[in-house]
Design a protein around this ligand. Sequence first.
Ligand code: FCB
Length: 420
Amino acid sequence: MAGDLKFPENFLWGTATSPTQVEGHVINEWTDYVAADGGHCRVACDHYHRYEEDVGWMSRLGVNAYRMGIEWSRLQSAPFAPLNQTELARYIHLLDCLKAANITPMVVLHHFSNPPWVTSSGGWLNPETIPAFVDYTTKLVSALKERVYLWNTFNEPDTYASLTYLLGGFPPFHKWHFASYRKVIKHMAEAHAQAGRVIRRGGGFGGKTLEVGIAKNWTSFGAFQAFALWDHLLAEISHHAFNRFVLEEFLGGARREASTFLGVNYYGRARLNHFRALVPTNGVSHERLKQLGVVCDDMFERHPTGFGKILKKFHARYGLPIYITEHGAASTDEDFRIRDLTAHLLELHAAINHGVDVRGFFYWSLLDNFEWQFGYTKKFGLLSVDFSDANLPRKMTRVGDFYRSVCKGLKPSSEVAGRE
Ligand code: FCB
């Protein structure tokens, strides 16, 4: 079956990063944060200074799209302030380098970070953050509306709100503040609706109209043991809080009109065993997971068939075009990562054949980078980065070589997919 998978013409084959994770030199709530491995984001991959080189690597990979963030804290020093022209010019230069390389940008407005003045005034708990974000969007869209047509307002609002106010993993590290979790989601959903209107009014260029959507992280929750009613109950509660409630706020009823597409970040599933999710990010050892037969990368349980299922479900429920805004695997075992990617691309292909309107796929990530709580230990890059060398040299991985063949049209073979 090698070589006979056809993806739609004009399909975007891309890769993704976020400012705090790759740029370095950011002043936001992550600047003083020290991750589990002792690492911090202060230099990260120094993409801030090395974006031209990184666009060169993207060309070598053969991608035709790049999902990148623009760091709000660089552009506005106070609510409603004019955009910082020096920082804006740097992003414009990056966008122009991408254009020269025939790479379509998708810009993310919020990816787990805020300007310090937002944080100090209560962050997303404060309703005043909504007009401030809409003002930022208005100014940025007006500055870039001839360069960027794909706009992603919020990356994984569910992950952000839960790690900040339920699980204590992201600054400001609160635990079990359910009311705060709900408030953050509601404020972000309102900000998305208002920013979405601004973006759609932005018109278009070169035959493209401006598009806007969120990126929803999709994790399915279940019980590891069929008889464990308590785990089924917790799975149901988690599904309600992280999936149903969030989707309803952002896409339910009239809110659906705020988006022209739905971004989906898909990494896998979480199965609960005596109230504990069987995933490496929860501290469960690889040995234990292996014993239990749970297949994971260094972060999550892999579940390719769930990918196809959720795409069909989203298509049936919302009827919006879909971009896979993130998928990837973290491991130093490159064969594992290639098998994992292949299995997911086969699911993606089958969903498209089934009629799901998927317009692009962005591999997470272009570079090994600063993985929030875990620092530099999670290897997601199509390019590896040697963080022990002050020059931060990039190097093509075999996963990168494989992805290049995918982008070129040499499609993954089911023989190597290792399907479940
Ligand atoms: C997603 C985040 C992204 C990265 C990947 C591994 O939840 O959006 O920044 O951390 O997970």
